[in-house]
Design a protein around this ligand. Structure first.
Ligand code: NAD
Length: 446
């Protein structure tokens, strides 16, 4: 509901991980929601109550709001333009394929261009897609130039901070809302959309559009830096015979540092952090902020280096050459509680091992269909035991909670050679060793 207790008419453009979650959560706040995507299959599935990706808690909420008649899906931008008082742009901003690291803004501009001719009355466009600073001004210009409503089209940039795996709770109860606006009216309207969570005490920070654009990429860059920091500490620990987990606990207890995002291991992947820091680096290059370019290049390099480190350990664990070796890989998603395999560290390692001649069998609780689409050359197993049977090496590369429940004694009985590399530093190494395994954990002794 809006601030006056009335539902608002909200549209959501793009129904991927961000957009579908946002549409469902907007409906759950009591608004009337119409969502659109250029992918007809996604729309058909969502309208049937099926989320086209795995996200805990999303499907029940999708069905609840479909049944309540608060959420509909369409393929018509004319219908969206006619319907919405507030339109959220939630389309993808992937990395361009030219190696520059820049964000591909064609989907954002495409969505704006498709919507603009149908904006015939005063309306608010809210961009949520993560974009380089300065993009919003370009979007506003395009919209106003092409919309019949012209300058009565207002604009806000409202970055999204949700984490896949916790997307619903993060959307409905984030740490803060950020509103980048150019008018008091836009600020008032976006605050009406989020009246329920704002009234519950969640901070809403209003600022200029450029600062809001930078807030999102600065937050992701800080998180990425924190992960790469603990991973260089892992390297230092390995070189010194020290234990990075104990180090992380000891420094993380300091409130100024904090334990979150100090998990050593394989580093970050996914559809956000890697491409966001690369796009930010490209923007910093354009603007001549060389210290930021250097920082982000280092963070990215450290992160990619973790994958190399696991490959080195894997080759060493099987005598120097993985060719012909049977390797089980636990986890394909870029992180647990998600089926997202975009820039998955695990799949990158699987690919390299397979390219070097290893026979790689992958298990993941939910991401195998997506993984098989991009790496059909790998083998996939329905259970950990099926994946591990007869293998020379087991790699733990995505830290699903299920894997912490594996019985190492039972698994020991079916492998050819009991060697485990715990790339995520989350398994109970002592228990695995007690069951007869050789356990290698980057950054930990032994
Ligand atoms: P996604 O690829 O899952 O979804 C993007 C969707 O937009 C796709 O379904 C695509 O078909 C659709 N689309 C593309 N062009 C369109 C158009 N012209 N009209 C309508 N639909 C169109 O991507 P995502 O993960 O949801 O990310 C979307 C944006 O949100 C990105 O900028 C991302 O950086 C940002 N973001 C994502 C997350 C996350 O956890 N996934 C978190 C915060 C921010």
């Amino acid at each position: 509901m809006g601030r006056n207790g009335q539902p608002m008419r909200v549209s959501v453009i793009g129904t991927g991980y961000l957009g579908l979650t946002h549409a469902v959560c907007m409906a759950d706040l009591g608004h009337d929601v119409l969502a659109i995507d250029v992918d007809a299959e996604k729309i058909t599935k969502a309208a049937r109550g099926e989320a086209p990706f795995f996200e805990p808690g999303l499907e029940p909420l999708l069905r609840k709001n479909l049944d309540a008649g608060r959420l509909r899906f369409t393929s018509s931008f004319a219908e969206v333009g006619e319907f919405g008082d507030v339109h959220f742009i939630c389309v993808g901003t992937p990395q361009t394929k030219d190696g520059s690291g820049m964000a591909d803004l064609s989907y954002v501009f495409g969505a704006a261009d498709a919507l603009a001719p149908h904006l015939t009355r005063a309306t608010l466009i809210v961009a949520k897609s993560t974009v380089p600073v300065g993009t919003s001004r370009q979007v506003i210009g395009r919209l106003r130039a092409a919309a019949p409503a012209g300058d009565r089209v207002d604009f806000a940039f409202n970055p999204e901070f949700l984490r896949e795996g916790y997307a619903v709770q993060d959307s409905l109860t984030p740490d803060r809302f950020v509103f980048g606006v150019t008018s008091a009216a836009a600020d008032e309207l976006i605050r009406q959309v989020y009246a329920t969570p704002l009234d519950s005490g969640i901070p809403g920070l209003t600022m200029d559009i450029e600062t809001a654009e930078l807030v999102k990429v600065a937050a992701n860059s800080f998180l990425a830096t924190k992960i790469s920091f603990i991973n260089v500490m892992a390297e230092m620990c390995e070189a010194s015979g020290a234990d990075v987990l104990k180090l992380a606990d000891a420094i993380g207890i300091d409130e100024r540092i904090g334990r979150k995002f100090l998990s050593p291991g394989l580093g970050f992947g996914g559809g956000c952090l890697p491409k966001d820091i690369r796009a930010f680096r490209a923007t910093a290059e354009e603007k001549g902020v060389t210290s930021l370019v250097d920082l982000l290049a280092t963070v990215d390099g450290i992160n990619l280096g973790r994958r190399e480190r696991v490959l080195v350990l894997a080759r060493g664990a099987v005598g120097g050459d993985v060719s012909g070796k049977r390797i089980a890989v636990l986890g394909a998603a870029f992180k647990p509680n998600s089926d997202d395999i975009r820039d998955s560290p695990s799949l990158a390692i699987c690919g390299r091992l397979a390219d070097e001649g290893a026979i790689v069998t992958v298990h993941d609780p939910v991401a195998m269909t997506n993984a098989a689409r991009v790496r059909p050359d790998l083998r996939y197993a329905d259970s950990v035991h099926e994946a591990a049977e007869g293998t020379d090496l087991v790699l733990h590369l995505t830290e699903w909670a299920d894997y912490r429940a594996i019985d190492p004694t039972a698994l020991r009985a079916i492998v050819a050679s009991p060697v485990l590399i715990d790339g995520r530093c989350t398994l109970d190494a002592a228990a695995w060793r007690a069951a007869g395994w050789t356990v290698l954990v980057p950054g930990r002794p032994g």
